[in-house]
Design a protein around this ligand. Structure first.
Ligand SMILES: [Zn+2]
Length: 103
C-alpha cells in the first residue's frame, strides 16, 4: 500500500508500523497508534493493514515456522538451565573434594 508519510492517527501522532502475530495474520504488517496498549491516556485505536492479505498457504507456512522457532527457543532455554545446574553441581563437587582431601 502506498501511504503518505504525513499520515496521522486519531490522537494526532504518526502511526507506527507493527507486525501481527495472530494465527490469522502472522507476519502481516499494519499501521497502529504508537500509544495503543501503553499507559498514554489519549491513545486512539487507529488501525490499518499495511500489507495485503497473505494467501492462506503463506499463513500456514509462517505459523509452522513460528511454532518451530518457539519450540527451539524453549529447548535452548532448557539446555542453558541444564548447563547452569551442571556447573553448580560441578563447583559443589570440587569444593567438597578439596574439603574432604584437606581435612
Ligand atoms: Zn493514536
Amino acid at each position: 500500500m502506498n501511504y503518505n508519510r504525513r499520515l496521522v492517527c486519531l490522537c494526532g501522532t504518526p502511526p507506527i508500523l507493527k507486525i501481527s502475530w495472530t494465527n490469522d495474520n502472522s507476519g502481516r504488517r499494519f499501521l497502529g497508534c504508537r500509544h495503543y496498549g501503553s499507559s498514554f491516556q489519549n491513545s486512539c485505536k487507529f488501525f490499518d493493514w499495511y500489507d495485503l492479505e497473505f494467501p492462506s498457504q503463506a499463513n500456514t507456512v509462517i505459523l509452522g515456522l513460528l511454532k518451530k522457532t518457539n519450540k527451539q527457543e524453549k529447548q535452548l532455554k532448557c539446555r542453558r538451565m541444564l548447563k547452569l545446574i551442571l556447573g553448580i553441581i560441578l563447583i559443589c563437587n570440587v569444593i567438597l573434594f578439596f574439603y574432604l582431601v584437606c581435612r
